[in-house]
Design a binder for this molecule. Structure first.
Ligand code: COA
Length: 368
C-alpha cells in the first residue's frame, strides 16, 4: 500500500479586530491630508480600517486571535509563530509571551519578519515543520498595529494601513482533506529593500533620541514602485505554486491576495485568470493590515460561508524586503471564531528595572 505523505491541514481559524473604526474622513481630518473619501475608495478600495487604542498592543491582538483559532480547532498548539512588522518590543520576540498568555507552557515560540508576506511565510515554515515531524500543531499568527508606525501626515500610507490579527492552527493530515496545504512558493529580492522601510530603530540608525528626527521612525513606502512590484511578484509566485501543485488557474475556486489595494488584487487575479466570483477579501472594511491581511480575509470569508470546504484555493502575498509567497490549499472545514483584544494586566505592562531592588509590596500586588 502506498503511504500518503503527511502535509499540514488548517484545522482552526481565529481573528481579532480592535473596536475603534477610522473612516476615510477620520484619517483625512486627523492628518489634515489633501485627499478625499472618493479618492481613497476608488484608488485603493478602502472605506474604513481599525486602529488599536493606546493600551492595546500587537501581542494583545495576537493572543485573542490565537485563542479563537484554538477554540475553532478545539485543540492546543505545540509551537507559536507570530508574523509581524510591529512587535510589542524590539527585544524579546512577541511570540513567547503570546504562548505564555495562552497557557501553552514552554512550547517553542518565535517571531517572523517578512512584512506583508509574513503570514504566508509562516504557513510555509509551519508546513515544513509538520512534514519533517518537528511539531504537530503549529499556530501561525499574523498580527499588526500599524497605527503605531504610520505618519498621520503621510497620505501615501495613512490612508491604507489598519490594525488587526488573524491566526490559523495547523495539524498533520493528508492532501485529500479540506484545509490541506498542497503547495508553497516563496522568494525575496533585497535590491528593493528601500521601497518599504522604517529608517530608525535598527542597528544602522540605533540612536534616535539624540540624532534622528521623529520622521525616521515612521513606516515609509514608495507607493507607485511598490504597486508595480506587487502585481508582478504575486502573479509570478501564484503561477509558480499552481504549477507545482498541478492545478490550472481555471481550477481555482477561491482566491485571496494580500489586501494592499483593490486595484493590485484585481490586476493579479486578471493576469492569473481567476474569475471575479472566485475573489474574496474584506479590504474595504479593514484596509491593509500587513501580516494580518490574509488570515483576516480567510476568517471573514469563512464566517460568511462564502466558500465550500474542499474548494481549491490560492493565497498570495507581497511585502517589504522585498518578499513574496503563495500557498495552494483546499478550503478548510474549520468554523472561524473571533475575539475582542485581550489587553495585558496593568501590572505586567510596566517596565521592570532589574538594577533596582523591587520592594516587596510591589511583588505582592503583581502576583495578586
Ligand atoms: N489622496 C489624493 N491624491 C493622491 C493620494 C492620496 N492619498 N496619493 C497620491 N495622490 C495623487 C498623486 O499626487 C498623483 O497626482 P497627479 O496625477 O496630479 O500627479 C495621483 O494621485 C496618482 O498618484 P500615484 O502615486 O500614481 O497613485 P496610485 O494610484 O499609485 O495610488 C497608492 C497610491 C499608495 C495608494 C498606491 O500606489 C498603492 O497602493 N501602492 C502599493 C501599496 C502596496 O501594495 N503595499 C503593499 C506592500 S505593504
Amino acid at each position: 500500500m502506498t503511504r500518503v505523505s503527511p502535509t499540514a491541514v488548517i484545522d482552526g481559524i481565529g481573528s481579532c479586530l480592535p473596536p475603534r473604526v477610522l473612516t476615510n474622513e477620520d484619517v483625512r481630518r486627523r492628518g489634515v491630508l489633501d485627499t478625499t473619501d472618493e479618492w481613497i475608495r476608488t484608488r485603493t478600495g478602502i472605506a474604513r480600517r481599525r486602529a488599536a487604542e493606546d493600551d492595546i498592543s500587537t501581542g494583545d491582538l495576537a493572543v485573542a486571535a490565537a485563542r479563537a483559532a484554538q477554540e475553532s480547532a478545539e485543540a492546543r498548539a505545540d509551537l507559536v509563530l507570530v508574523a509581524t512588522t510591529t512587535p510589542d518590543r524590539r527585544c524579546p520576540a512577541t511570540a513567547p509571551e503570546v504562548a505564555q498568555r495562552l497557557g501553552l507552557g514552554t512550547v517553542p515560540a518565535f517571531d517572523l519578519a517578512a512584512v506583508c508576506s509574513g503570514f504566508l511565510y509562516g504557513l510555509t515554515v509551519a508546513t515544513a515543520l509538520i512534514r519533517t515531524g518537528v511539531c504537530t500543531r503549529p499556530l501561525v499568527i499574523g498580527a499588526e498595529t500599524y497605527s503605531r508606525i504610520i505618519d498621520p501626515l503621510d497620505r501615501d500610507t495613512a490612508v491604507i494601513f489598519g490594525d488587526g490579527a488573524g491566526a490559523a492552527l495547523l495539524r498533520a493530515g493528508d492532501r485529500a482533506e479540506p484545509g490541506a496545504i498542497t503547495g508553497t512558493d516563496w522568494g525575496s529580492d533585497g535590491t528593493g529593500s528601500d521601497l518599504i522601510s522604517i529608517a530608525a530603530g535598527g542597528a544602522r540608525l540605533p540612536d534616535p533620541a539624540r540624532r534622528l528626527c521623529r520622521e525616521d521612525h515612521y513606516f515609509r513606502m514608495r507607493g507607485r514602485e511598490v504597486y508595480g512590484q506587487a502585481v508582478r511578484r504575486m502573479t509570478a509566485s501564484s503561477l509558480a505554486v499552481l504549477d507545482k501543485t498541478g492545478w490550472p488557474p481555471a481550477a481555482v475556486g477561491a482566491f485571496i491576495g494580500h489586501q494592499a489595494n483593490q486595484r493590485i488584487l484585481d490586476s493579479v487575479a486578471d493576469r492569473i485568470g481567476i474569475a471575479p466570483r472566485c475573489r474574496f477579501g474584506n479590504l474595504r472594511d479593514v484596509g491593509n493590515t500587513a501580516a494580518a491581511s490574509i488570515p483576516l480575509a480567510l476568517a471573514d470569508t469563512a464566517a460568511h460561508r462564502r466558500v465550500r470546504p474542499g474548494t481549491r484555493t490560492l493565497l498570495t502575498a507581497f511585502g517589504g524586503g522585498l518578499t513574496w509567497a503563495s500557498v495552494a490549499l483546499t478550503w478548510p472545514a474549520a468554523g472561524p471564531r473571533a475575539h475582542p483584544p485581550e489587553p495585558r494586566s496593568t501590572n505586567s505592562t510596566k517596565p521592570r528595572h532589574t538594577h533596582r531592588r523591587t520592594p516587596s509590596w510591589t511583588l505582592s500586588t503583581t502576583t495578586s
